[in-house]
Design a protein around this ligand. Structure first.
Ligand code: GDP
Ligand code: IMO
Ligand code: MG
Length: 431
């Protein structure tokens, strides 16, 4: 049995969903371990597009167990909608979906708080997805949140909800001067959802450990990306969870040693949705090429993604923090047709040359990228499935990235479709 964790190691939207879906060919289960429906993971199978937000990207293959670990914040209404939209396409996920008893629940007041807080930040707004993610994690850490386990007893649930809503409504109306959220209404909505999800709630940690014991292969599917990590990312312009590899263990309830291979998924360039420093952002014709060819619009909010060159300095941090042993490069095809490509190999920061991003957004704002330039390529890589057909300059680009990061590129994605991929070493194979 070999397991693997697949992590985005930039600012999200690296193509994790596509790659996880493809790799499930050899897996038995896929588990999400952090984030929530702020994620948008796109799968394109035989030309049909599916965007998953909360349900793991094992959904499209029959027989693959889909587990939502305790590290994931769950919006029950959203979950039900996502289950229903799969059902409409004859995919009944409920037979193989389990939600951890430990999942914190996103409640309607979290969504209100997310909005009013980001509005109150004015010019320094984070640009969150507005889905209540941050406020839900806050309630978890403050030890006042409601969890999936609370749904088991209606009375426990309604009492806790009343208490926590009293607290938050006070803040919403007296501090943010916004309209408070109605308790009875919230309770009704939640109890209705409870009926639908009760059969799905279970002990994900125990299930995962049982799967490991019986020699099954598990993929841990990261959401967001390393540079959005609450501790190691561009704080405060980050999400509210740990997105690093270690989160796969504590966010699902399995020992660190069982997480297996750590694959860092990188886009051939960089994108970012929302505010915050982005040293390699390119506002010129190259940036426009990336946005257009890469069709860079958020899968969750539809916002245009900011685009720029690949940032090796930022990736160095990710390799260190996540203990990455292999890289998957997606969207290589988007660079097709450029006369040159650039790699940011370090920064000039306050008169010093540095090769890792400094901690804190204010410090990263001060960094100017130091670029290395390489020739582009005219022969398209789009849709290639064969390593030998990759044009020389594109191979040189891949090799240089591997050299700079001291990690092999073992998967190359050349298109959105499931099969538009070159796998040199499968992460679920013993290496
Ligand atoms: P995720 O959040 O990491 O799963 O990534 P998203 O789904 O948000 O964004 C990735 C986008 O790129 C989606 O529209 C994918 O269909 C698309 N995509 C993934 N891999 C490739 C690739 O190799 N080439 C191209 N052109 N598109 C890709
Ligand atoms: P996937 O899994 C890209 C960004 C938001 C915002 C910041 C905080 O599809 O890669 P939040 O709602 O999490 O409090 O917002 O994080 N963000 C993402 N950006 N891809 C994602 O997920 C993201 N999830 C959150 O845009 O800047
Ligand atoms: Mg996405």
């Amino acid at each position: 049995m070999v397991n693997a964790v697949l992590l985005g190691v930039q600012w999200g939207d690296e193509g994790k969903g596509k790659v996880v879906d493809l790799l499930t060919e050899r897996a038995d289960a896929v588990v999400r371990f952090q984030g929530g429906h702020n994620a948008g993971h796109t799968l394109v199978i035989e030309g049909v597009k599916t965007v998953l937000h909360l349900i793991p990207s094992g959904a499209m293959r029959e027989g693959i167990e889909c587990l939502i670990g305790n590290g994931v914040v769950v919006d029950l209404q959203h979950l039900i909608r996502e289950i229903d939209s799969l059902k409409k396409r004859d995919i009944d996920i409920t037979e193989r979906l389990m939600i951890s008893l430990g999942c914190p629940l996103i409640l309607p007041y979290h969504v209100v708080l997310d909005r009013v807080r980001d509005e109150a930040r004015g010019k320094s707004a984070i640009g969150t997805t507005g889905r209540g993610i941050g406020p839900c994690y806050e309630d978890k850490v403050a030890r006042r949140g409601l969890r999936a386990a609370d749904l088991l007893d209606e009375k426990v649930f309604s009492d806790k909800l009343e208490q926590v809503m009293e607290y938050h409504n006070f803040m919403i109306s007296n501090y943010y001067h916004s309209e408070s959220v109605d308790y009875q209404n919230t309770l009704e909505v939640m109890l209705q959802a409870r009926e639908a999800v009760l059969p799905l709630i279970g002990d994900v940690s125990a299930r995962l450990n049982a799967l490991c014991q019986s020699g099954k292969s598990i993929i841990f599917e990261g959401a967001q990306g390393m540079m959005l990590d609450i501790d190691h990312g561009t704080y405060p312009y980050v999400t509210s969870s740990n997105t690093v590899s270690a989160a796969a263990s504590c966010g699902s309830g399995i020992g660190l040693g069982q997480v297996g291979n750590v694959v860092g998924v990188i886009k051939a360039y960089t994108t970012r949705v929302g505010s915050g420093p982005f040293p390699t952002e390119s506002l010129d014709s190259y940036g426009m090429h990336l946005a257009r060819q890469g069709n860079e619009f958020g899968a969750t909010t539809g916002r245009p993604r900011r685009c720029g060159w690949l940032d090796i300095a930022a990736l160095r941090r990710a390799v260190q923090v996540c203990g990455i042993n292999a890289l998957c490069m997606t969207k290589l095809d988007v660079l097709d047709g450029l006369d040159k490509v650039r790699l940011c190999i370090g920064y000039q920061c306050r008169g010093e040359q540095i090769d890792l991003p400094p901690y804190g957004a204010e410090n990263l704002e001060q960094c100017e990228p130091i670029y290395e330039e390489m020739p582009g390529w005219d022969i398209p890589t789009a849709g290639l499935r064969n390593y030998a057909e990759i044009p020389e300059p594109a191979l040189a680009y891949l090799d240089r990235v591997a050299e700079l990061l001291e990690r092999p590129v073992t998967i190359i994605s050349t298109g959105a479709g499931r099969d538009e991929t070159i796998i040199l070493q499968h992460p679920l194979e013993a290496g």
